[in-house]
Design a protein around this ligand. Structure first.
Ligand code: PSU
Ligand code: MN
Length: 308
């Protein structure tokens, strides 16, 4: 049911820190060929920092923890990929299909594999217009349910920010800003919404250790890592585009799991590719921070003591 790549199996064996990565971003978050190039670049960035990447997906009905190059290629190019949340996993396994895992299902699989750190772009949350659509991403539920540090550039700006923060509060999900005092909003580095701040990965590792091992509080921690200033796009501009795209989506009757990929693609069109550049930069930034956190947590917990 679960298959580990040689690299990841070896990392567990000898004690190298591991960073989980999602695959929806490859199949539905970015166009080809950038998606493939970025997937590989994220992996090599993590390796260059002395950690091991574990990109997660379902291939032919097997949960893969760590992918081969040709599997990355399949995810980047094939039309036969299902955007898979946690609820879809039994179906994909039984019917031997291919699935790209979202934040929700990646967190779920990573927890099964006993991985503690996860890098992504932006998390899902409460959508704008939720009163009408009831659209709330399963990402929130699975971050709540699985004990991972989820390194992201905040929530995607297409969401209802205030309601997502409220929902995190209700679910009792701890969110920490890395070197920031306000929530980063994916394409933009700050906002008016306060977030607890830390300046160090040592502190983040201690927070993880207190939460999971000392206080025995299972569940995820969001590490919000702002996009670099020179890559950001102003929220006012993005917000204007999002309102326009929302109208298009309503006209075209796009809903459900198609909404997020539709917005991401349309924002790329409207910004003439600038948002794609920003997206790539923030994902790489998150991968770097996640690798540092994984190494630091290994030291703090003495979990992977052999190699460090
Ligand atoms: N962030 C990105 N690109 C993406 C996504 C997030 O930069 O493609 C994906 C993630 O996989 C996330 C999913 O879990 O969008 C959320 O989808 P939904 O809103 O349908 O739950
Ligand atoms: Mn949804």
């Amino acid at each position: 049911m679960i298959e580990y790549s040689k690299e990841v199996a070896n990392a567990f064996e000898v004690g190298i820190p591991i960073v989980a990565l999602e695959s929806t971003i490859i199949s539905f978050g970015m166009p080809y060929p950038q998606n493939l190039a970025v997937a590989k670049q994220i992996e090599s960035t993590i390796r260059s920092l002395g950690a091991v990447p574990a990109t997660i997906a379902v291939i032919n009905g097997k949960i893969k923890i760590g992918l081969q190059e040709e599997e990355l290629l399949t995810l980047a190019t094939s039309k036969n990929i299902i955007k898979a949340s946690t609820k879809d996993l039994p179906y994909l396994l039984a019917t031997q299909k291919n699935g790209a895992t979202t934040v929700a299902s990646t967190a779920y699989c990573a927890q099964m594999a006993n991985i503690r750190v996860f890098a992504t772009g932006g998390i899902g949350g409460v959508h704008r217009g939720v009163n009408e659509t009831f659209d709330v991403s399963a990402d929130l539920l699975e971050i709540k349910n699985n004990s991972l540090a989820v390194v992201c550039a905040g929530m995607k700006s297409i969401l209802d920010i205030e309601k997502t923060i409220e929902r995190l509060e209700t679910l009792s999900i701890l969110a920490i800003g890395y070197k920031c005092d306000t929530w980063p909003l994916f394409y933009s580095s700050d906002s008016n919404y306060h977030i607890l701040r830390t300046n160090s990965t040592v502190e983040i590792a201690k927070i993880m250790d207190y939460k999971w091992n000392k206080l025995d509080q299972p569940g995820g921690i969001i590490i919000a890592n702002p996009i670099e200033k020179n890559q950001e796009i102003s929220y006012t501009l993005i917000d204007k585009y999002i309102r326009e795209i929302a109208k298009q989506a309503a006209e075209k009757k796009i809903s459900g799991k198609k909404i997020t990929p539709f917005f991401l693609q349309e924002i790329v069109n409207k910004t003439q590719g600038k948002s794609l550049k920003a997206n790539i930069s923030l994902v790489l930034n998150n991968a770097k921070l996640a690798a540092e956190i994984a190494k630091q947590y290994a030291i703090t917990k003495n979990h992977f003591a052999k190699k460090i």
